[in-house]
Design a protein. Structure first.
Lengths: 412, 275
């Protein structure tokens, strides 16, 4: 009965030793690839392919001018994808985010233009409308037990109706072309020196935190990552960011809305992975019964996640309206919803819940945004755009399902 | 031994009724520190009901529970955990998508400022698993990639983080292979060595024999015998589980025994009146 069994034991603590040589690290990474954990590799390869295809079809694709436009275009998408990522993490879906973003755009315009609210107040009201919508939908889902699919499908219609009612007879409301809101979204760019500084600061901060964590782990006699790894990552990050900044400043530079979107993505990534609240979202998405038995307030997690998702959808609608300079009955309709879900899934968020890759909304928004932008440059009609976007979403979901199956067969 | 020491957990005259069904009738159960007591019985004998009564999921209608010398009411799972009664349920309640550390600390994460203190959690996880000599390849593996025995090990280890006095294990070896069962049984012995009172619910007589010090039998919601493991045969336990001599299995056993050896003192074991 006390015979040793076949499984390997916990390795004895080896204080402050390095895990592996570069060769072993690559081997370990290949190992995880084989077990179905394919990392962000497919999306990066996909992104490179997209760039190659569009660049060869139209040489203006990689122009500084077009890349700045791309940054402006994907800001709203990335913010909305961040929200839907949270809901997908629970293994749920929110189909109302497009309508909510449209409603928020309408509320922003009506309060600001028709009722003379100050820009900040109008934005705040529009965003809070989103929070309210999400709280209502989340409560119906969590407390009454109506499937989220149905609640938010109803929401899709209801909030679109409310949007039309808010817009009233006017149909389309324009922002004052030289007003604060338009200036924020269309004409605010990070000053060149600041962009270069930030692009240098990010890798330095990354290196600093990696080394601090490494030291704490060494002090606690836990295995640590090899020293070269964070240094290499920091160097690559530094070169990459400086190149991007240099390219973008051939034109107008880095838009503040893009920086804002990246900050939203990074903040929610931190929230998901580094806080107790995020850990609870993972737990509810992984095994709801286990989460309940661990004393997690599942209803609260569900309601708060739906509230956050709708809030971010409203923020996204506000950003989009500010960039376009108007809101109308079409705001937030059409591909808005499907693009956000596609971005989240392509970025590596599982529809089965409980799994997402780092910065999935940002990477996904880059892919979806590049495709939309590239197709627009080719001045193809919307039929091709719809077919291509739908196909990309389908491909992402198929990959997700295949990865899931591979995980199951490898017991991951 | 049990006559001298105070039990850490003593349940007296526990009764529980679900509508027309009397699930438990005047059941007594003692759990001592540093002892494994196996709770056995046929399906519907009341094992699960008794476990739920102990761990606060479904408190008993009548009867008293004394924990560490104090009479207590255990009205909720949370209250049971506060007292120091940890329960590992049959369906493991682990999150497949989280790694071992995160599962161990699920619901009681350590923080450092606003963020989680991953370093300290990982350190304590490693320490706990080493103390239990648990065989887990890495505490940073998602539990989905662990074997059944390793998952059960994580589930049991997790219950220990609350520093309990009594651990209830509901069928911990069900659906495990031979080596994995051995692993879990080793772990149960280590819980006993740490001075915990362990209640082991099991159908498997081999497992019960391997680790239990005492066997408490339930039949039709009543106590039906309590034995020290070294003073009882499997046949006697099975007889108590199934309802003694009128049962075909025990009749067969008795018949064989009569044929083989007349000097066997066990044939007269009074299982039916053991309580």
């Amino acid at each position: 009965m006390t015979d040793p069994v076949t499984e390997p034991a916990v390795p004895p603590p080896t204080p402050a030793t390095e895990l592996s040589t570069p060769k072993e690290a690559v081997g370990g990474w290949l190992q995880t690839l084989r077990t179905g954990d394919i990392g962000s590799l497919p999306i990066i390869i996909g992104l490179i392919l997209i760039v190659i295809v569009f660049q060869s079809l139209n040489p203006t694709f990689l122009n500084a001018f077009n890349l700045v436009n791309l940054c402006l275009q994907i800001a709203a998408l990335g913010i909305m994808a961040t929200g839907i990522t949270l809901v997908l993490m629970l293994g749920e879906i929110d189909l109302s985010i497009g309508s909510v973003s449209g409603l928020a755009a309408a509320v922003l315009l009506v309060t600001h233009v028709d009722h003379g609210f100050g820009p900040l107040l109008a934005v705040l009201v529009a965003v809070l409308v989103g929070t309210l919508v999400g709280t209502i939908q989340g409560s119906i889902f969590a407390k009454i037990g109506v499937p989220s699919f149905i609640v938010t499908l109803a929401g899709l219609l209801i909030w679109q109706g409310v949007q039309l009612r808010v817009l009233g007879e006017q149909g389309t409301i324009n922002l004052p072309p030289a007003g604060t809101l338009v200036r924020w979204a269309q004409f605010s760019f990070v000053p060149g020196w600041l962009a270069i500084g930030l692009a240098a600061l990010v890798p330095v901060l990354y290196l600093l935190f990696s080394l601090l964590t490494r030291r704490r782990r060494a002090a606690a006699e836990l295995p640590v990552i090899p020293l070269w790894l964070p240094i290499a990552v920091a160097v690559i990050l530094f070169v990459l960011l400086q190149l991007i900044v240099a390219k973008l400043y051939l034109d107008r530079g880095v838009p503040w809305t893009f920086v804002f979107m990246v900050l939203v993505v990074v903040f929610f990534d931190w929230l998901l992975r580094r806080t107790a609240y995020g850990r609870k979202i993972f737990a509810v998405g992984g095994n709801i019964e286990a989460a309940r038995r661990a004393g997690i307030n599942v209803d609260w997690i569900r309601i708060s996640v739906f509230a956050l998702c709708s809030t971010l959808a409203a923020v996204s609608g506000v950003v989009a309206a500010m960039r376009l300079g108007f809101a109308n009955q079409q705001s937030g309709s059409g591909e808005t919803l499907i693009n956000a879900i596609a971005a989240a899934v392509i970025g590596g968020t599982s529809l089965f819940g409980g799994r997402t890759r780092r910065y999935a909304p940002l990477l996904g928004a880059l892919v979806i945004g590049s495709i939309a932008n590239g197709l627009e440059l080719l001045s193809l009609s919307s039929d091709v755009r719809l077919i291509v976007t739908g196909t990309v979403l389908l491909a992402a979901v198929v990959i997700d399902a295949l990865v899931q199956r591979s995980r199951t067969s490898h017991g991951r | 031994m049990s006559g001298v020491r105070e039990p850490i957990l003593a349940m007296r005259s526990i009764s529980k009724r679900f509508g027309a069904v009397q699930a438990l009738t005047e059941v007594d159960l003692d759990v001592y520190a540093g002892e494994v007591v196996a709770l056995v019985g046929d399906n519907g004998a009341g094992k699960s009901t008794l476990v739920k009564a102990i761990c606060g999921v479904s408190p008993p209608d009548t009867g008293t529970v004394t924990f560490a010398g104090r009479e207590v009411r255990v009205e909720s799972p949370h209250a049971a955990q506060e007292l120091g009664i940890a329960t590992v349920f049959q369906d493991l309640a682990l999150c497949d998508n989280l790694d071992v550390v995160n599962n161990l600390f699920l619901g009681r994460e350590l923080r450092r400022g606003a963020a989680l203190d991953e370093v300290e959690m990982e350190r304590r996880s490693g320490k706990l698993l080493r103390e239990l000599a648990a065989r887990i390849p890495s505490v940073r593996l998602p539990v989905a990639s662990l074997s059944g025995g390793q998952r059960q090990t994580v589930a049991i280890s997790r219950s220990l983080l609350g520093d309990p006095k009594v651990v209830l294990l509901d069928e911990p070896t069900a659906a495990l292979g031979v080596a994995q069962t051995a692993q879990v049984l080793n772990l149960i012995e280590r819980l006993r060595d740490r001075g915990l009172g362990v209640v082991l619910i099991s159908h498997n007589m081999v497992d019960v024999r391997a680790v239990a010090d005492r066997v408490a039998v339930l039949r039709l919601g009543r106590n039906n015998g309590e034995f020290r493991i070294h003073e009882v045969t499997n046949e006697q336990i099975i007889a108590a589980i199934t309802g003694a001599t009128q049962n075909v299995v025990s009749e067969r056993v008795a018949r064989l025994r009569e044929q083989s050896a007349g000097d066997d003192p066990l044939a007269a074991g009074s299982a039916e009146g053991g309580a």
